[in-house]
Design a protein around this ligand. Structure first.
Ligand code: ADP
Length: 681
């Protein structure tokens, strides 16, 4: 029997291992099984290369738990180790690599959690003692047993072992006794080993016999050694991809499409990505991609490895070229990772482009469920935008789909305004904005439906990308003004009378301080009044709500316009009524105001001719008094108009109807309106 001391610098590395990797003890199983898989694969490789001529035979890796003895055993039928190899690999290489590793990452424990690098020595995270009993594949090899109790002391002795391969036996320590539960081990095997390339057996299959579950003699294999992503795309049918999706995510909607990734150069990468149906709320959809390294599960958080928007996809990425024992921030600057990330982005865009080209019908049918993902990608990834702008679709309120280019052609003629800006009209809600959509359509305009979670942001992006284009919500102005053309409509009222109407209508919306009365000459068949909301203000508020960083706007009250149509017969009637009732005093007021204004203008001009110190105080006072007088007259004019408006039931009724059409008349105001309507009838 040989004993020795592992070449250590630290007196006792194991307490450090235990403490250090505290939160991720479970990876020991992944590490040991990976070693067993490697040893088995090596033997197969050697056999096919002619370096091993024996019979390979059974290669299933056996995992077992003995609760009484408090041990976990992992047995493989791989290449095994000779005494010298054992000494070299476990005492020197493995140990020093564990040591190096800990040295390197002492200060950044988060970097190593869950990642490779510790290998065989991670078994000491959960064990008091570890034994390795191994017999090399070489002819006439002597089996040996290595044993180490967690101090740097180890022993190696010759033993009897019938078969080729390696048994690793862990004597589980007190703090780790959870790992002696079969259910715990089964759960870990399912997590880390589900797709390993060598059969792994844990327990026996069970079946129903005479009314109870009994064990059959057959090993229960916990893994699928040939997961879909390792097969050739040509060998897989659509059903196979869906079946594999079910294997990954037993519950959940069927995916829309999939992409099979297969790269050999300049890095190795395989995988299958699925486009899930994404409806609302991006956040809960994230982190469904699983990252593997040679079929060993590593993590399901792939931030830093793929662009943010791709984390909305589901599926598997497998690459031995992603450095896993480094921190996330380092990952992002790794050149291989950068290449991988842009390759995946390109593949995803190409695949979508292909489906669009070859099967537009299918693409359109799935668009609503795909849109959020694509818009997210376009907003966050310039390269993706470039490609996606060729196949991204716009849907109009008649449920027709257009590419950006097609849509531009469609509206170019009719919806270019007098400044040569192309106006994209859109609605965010077909029901609420029905009247406005209808008006726009009657005028020959097309209206887009932009009701998605990211549409406000998309609009901003498109405005900066598309040349001389602007998006205008269909209810942000009266239809004539949505797209300003050179044509002017004749007004039936003089400017002065129109100006009076502003104050007449102002009275009833005074209580709503964020209403602004504007007089807009519309068709006599249009409504007497309607409500609009400025595109700019509304958009800023929406951006603030979806976290666009415009908090200032978020806090402003909603501000609306009350648009009054002076060509409508009812409004003309109000104006006539005003003339009849208060015409004389308004005329008198107007004449006086005109006289005052002229006087002020004259004095103002005279004084401007002089230097500042030449103007005497009396002159200044005179001017000041005239101004005060004028303002008093203006106030009294307003009073006349507003009290006329306040007493006029039709004015109130017109305003309430406009509010009602916008779903803005509620509570007490609504009930007053109903009462007033009955009175008027
Ligand atoms: P790594 O697997 O990263 O090389 P480990 O510390 O896990 O590092 O193992 C060190 C070495 O010990 C391996 O490279 C391998 O040569 C040998 N080894 C470990 N486990 C086995 C096994 N089950 N069968 C044969 N050789 C093994």
């Amino acid at each position: 029997m040989q004993t020795g001391k592992i070449g250590v610098t630290t007196e006792n590395i194991f307490p450090i291992i235990k403490k250090f990797l505290y939160s991720d003890h479970e990876i020991f199983l992944r590490e040991l099984i990976s070693n067993a898989v490697d040893a088995t694969q090596k033997l197969k490789t050697m056999s096919s290369a002619g370096d091993f001529n024996g019979v390979i035979g059974e290669t299933t890796i056996q995992v077992s738990v003995d609760k009484k003895k408090k041990t976990i055993k992992i047995s493989d039928c791989g290449i095994g180790m000779t005494k010298d190899e054992l000494d070299k690999y476990l005492n020197q290489i493995a140990f020093s690599s564990a040591n190096d590793f800990l040295d390197k990452y002492k200060d950044q424990s988060s970097a190593i959690i869950g990642h490779f690098g510790l290998g065989f020595y991670s078994s000491f995270m959960v064990s008091d003692k570890v034994e390795v009993i191994t017999k090399s594949y070489q002819e006439g090899a002597q089996a040996v047993k290595w044993s180490c109790d967690g101090s740097p002391e180890f022993s190696i002795e010759d033993v009897e072992k019938e078969n080729r391969g390696t048994d690793v036996i862990l004597y589980i320590d007190k703090e780790s006794k959870d790992f002696l539960e079969e259910s715990k081990i089964e759960q870990l095997l399912k997590k880390y080993c589900k797709f390993l390339p060598v059969d792994i057996a844990f327990g026996k299959d069970k079946e129903w016999k005479d009314g109870k579950m009994v064990e059959t003699g057959k090993d229960k294999i916990i893994n699928n050694t040939k997961p879909a992503w390792t097969l050739k795309p040509a060998d897989l049918k659509d059903e196979d991809y869906v079946k594999f999706y079910r294997e990954l995510y037993p519950s959940g909607d069927e995916p829309l499409f999939n992409i099979h990734l297969n790269v050999d150069y300049p890095f190795k990468l395989t995988g299958i990505l699925y486009f899930p149906k994404i409806k609302n709320n991006i956040e809960i959809q994230k982190n469904k991609i699983q990252l593997y390294c040679n079929q060993v599960f590593v993590t399901d958080s792939v931030e830093g490895i793929v662009p943010e928007f791709l984390t909305l996809l589901h599926g598997v990425i497998d690459s031995p070229d992603i450095p896993l024992n480094v921190s996330r921030s380092y990952l992002q600057s790794d050149s291989n990772v950068k290449k991988i990330s842009s390759h995946i982005t390109k593949k995803v865009a190409d695949r979508l482009g292909d489906i669009f080209k070859n099967n537009r019908d299918e693409f359109e049918k799935k668009w609503d469920n795909l849109k959020l993902f694509i818009e997210y990608g376009m907003m966050t990834d310039e390269k993706f935008y470039e490609k996606a702008s060729k196949f991204a679709l716009l849907k109009n309120t008649d449920e027709r789909y257009f590419t950006f280019e097609e849509y531009e052609k469609l509206i170019k003629e009719n919806q270019t305004d007098k400044n040569k800006t192309l106006i994209y009209l859109y609605s965010t809600n077909k029901t609420d904005q029905y009247t406005y959509i209808d008006k726009a359509k009657n005028k020959g305009y097309d209206v887009l439906l932009l009701d998605g979670q990211l549409d406000v942001h998309l609009i901003n992006q498109l405005e900066s990308k598309l040349k001389e284009s602007r998006f205008v919500r269909v209810d942000s102005d009266v239809v004539d003004k949505l797209i300003e053309k050179d044509e002017t409509r004749e007004s039936k009222l003089s400017d002065e009378l129109k100006d009076d109407l502003k104050s007449v209508f102002n009275v009833s919306v005074k209580s709503k301080e964020v209403f602004n009365v504007v007089i807009e000459t519309l068709d006599e068949k249009d409504a007497p009044a309607l409500i609009t909301q400025s595109e700019f203000m509304r958009r800023m508020k929406e951006m603030a709500q979806t976290g666009g960083g415009m908090n200032f706007y978020g806090e402003l009250p909603d501000s609306y316009n009350l648009v009054v149509n002076p060509n409508h017969p009812l409004v003309i009637k109000i104006s006539e009524g005003l003339q009849a009732e208060a015409g004389a005093s308004l005329d008198e007021n107007n004449t006086q105001r005109k006289r005052l204004k002229d006087e002020i203008d004259f004095m103002d001009k005279e004084q401007k001719k002089k230097k500042a110190d030449e103007i005497i105080q009396v002159e200044k006072d005179d001017l000041e008094n005239l101004r005060k007088e004028l303002s008093a007259l203006e106030n009294s004019r307003k009073d006349i108009l507003e009290s006329y408006g306040a007493a006029n039931k039709v004015v109130k009724q017109i305003i309430d109807l406009a509010l009602l059409a916008n779903n803005m008349l509620r509570g007490e105001e609504l009930s007053t309106f109903v009462k007033r309507s009955v009175d008027l009838l």
